[in-house]
Write a new protein. Structure first.
Length: 138
């Protein structure tokens, strides 16, 4: 069995943002040479998420609205975590959206359904963050 590791780096200019990373994950699979196995993609920051869903702008806005309803950014004083940073909401949003995805690799490609895409969702941007891609297989 082989393994391959790659990091993706992000520096979103806004506090929150969604990035489709499906192409970068597929490129990492190609670079790895692995034809059959699994790929793990996870956010390496506690205020970001990696998840799978449809790449549709209306859905992306629905995420934003839904998450903001569940864990509004302001007032910052509502969160006990906000002693040093104003990102208590970002931690909660990450918990809801999840840390990572694990996907099948078949014949050197992501084994996905028709509309499935991998996204990095940043909840406390404006600084450098990263995600890990780890591939195992043969």
């Amino acid at each position: 069995m082989k393994s391959y590791r790659k990091e993706l780096f992000f520096n979103l200019p806004t506090r929150r943002g969604l990035v489709n990373i499906t192409g970068e994950v597929q490129n990492a699979i190609r670079e790895s040479g692995i034809q059959e196995g699994l790929v793990l993609v996870n956010a390496m920051n506690i205020t970001a998420s990696v998840f799978i869903n449809d790449d549709e702008p209306g859905l992306h806005q629905d995420y934003e609205d839904w998450l903001e309803g569940l864990a509004p950014e302001k007032p910052y004083s509502r969160y006990r975590h906000n002693g040093y940073e104003d990102n208590g909401d970002a931690h909660l949003k990450r918990t809801i959206m999840g840390r990572e995805v694990v996907c099948a690799v078949t014949k050197g490609k992501l084994d996905f359904g028709t509309w499935e895409q991998i996204f990095y969702f940043e909840f406390d941007g404006k600084r450098r963050k990263h995600a890990l891609i780890k591939i195992i297989g043969e």
